[in-house]
Design a binder for this molecule. Structure first.
Ligand code: 77Q
Ligand code: MG
Length: 214
């Protein structure tokens, strides 16, 4: 059976990255995906925006919607303080073992828990099954038409508190118009727009930060 692109990315990380060195894992994926095969990691340019917002949030409990190969999970988890934890939701069963392996090569397996399924099914379980109180930081990078409804789920299940920071990828392309409609001109959110470019491409993209005001 032919290997998948994601398996080839893992092979490259496994062969080229330095075990336990998160930066080298990120550099290896960025190199592979810019030189060999494009893949939908947040990438190095938007990754710097992600870094900035994670540092600002300094989250104790973080959530990511859309693990994929684990690139942004490594990006986020490498910045977490010792007591902090990242929950990452991935629906595609094929990607879960690949992401787990890449996160382990980065030496971050103790900081990240991958939850397999749809965000809309897992969000309602975060408090009861995963002992989450509230979320300090949420990175949205899954189905673009689910950003808005899943944000509403986070609100309804009391998972956001005054100051919770949401950061959404792909606001420019593929776009998430319903999410922007929900958070902008909404008295419960303070939004900031970050123009950037699509990962590994010249095409424009953007990220949106939305701080929940309670
Ligand atoms: O589609 C994207 N991501 C989502 C992938 C599927 C997520 C499935 N999934 C995971 C967790 C989860 C939980 N609940 C429900 C569903 C869930 C994406 C696409 C592009 C892109 C594609 C083509 C192109 F020409 C240009 C750009 C770029 C990006 O950066 C992206 O992020
Ligand atoms: Mg994305």
């Amino acid at each position: 059976m032919d290997q998948s692109k994601e398996q080839r990315i893992l092979n490259s990380v496994s062969y080229n990255a330095i075990k336990g060195d998160a930066e080298s894992v990120l550099d290896c994926i960025d190199k592979y995906c810019s030189q060999k095969e494009w893949a939908m990691n947040v990438g190095d340019e938007k990754g710097l925006i992600l870094d900035k917002i994670v540092k600002e949030a300094d989250p104790t409990v973080a959530l990511e919607l859309g693990t994929y190969c684990g690139y942004s999970a490594v990006r986020i988890a490498r910045l977490l303080k010792p007591s902090a934890h990242l929950f990452s939701i991935e629906f595609n069963a094929e990607f879960v073992p690949i992401a787990k392996e890449i996160i382990e090569i980065a030496g971050l397996e103790d900081k990240v828990t991958i939850l397999e399924g749809h965000a809309q099914d897992i969000i309602p379980q975060l408090k009861t099954k995963y002992n989450v109180d509230t979320l300090d930081f949420v990175f949205l990078d899954h189905w673009k038409d689910r950003y808005a409804p899943d944000t509403i789920l986070l609100e309804q299940y009391g998972l956001l508190r005054k100051g919770s920071i949401l950061l959404a990828d792909n606001i420019g392309f593929p776009g998430a118009p319903d999410f922007l409609k929900h958070v902008r001109n909404n008295e419960h959110y303070e939004c900031t727009h970050y123009p950037s470019h699509l990962e590994y491409m010249k095409a424009p993209d953007a990220m949106e930060k939305a701080v929940y005001l309670g």
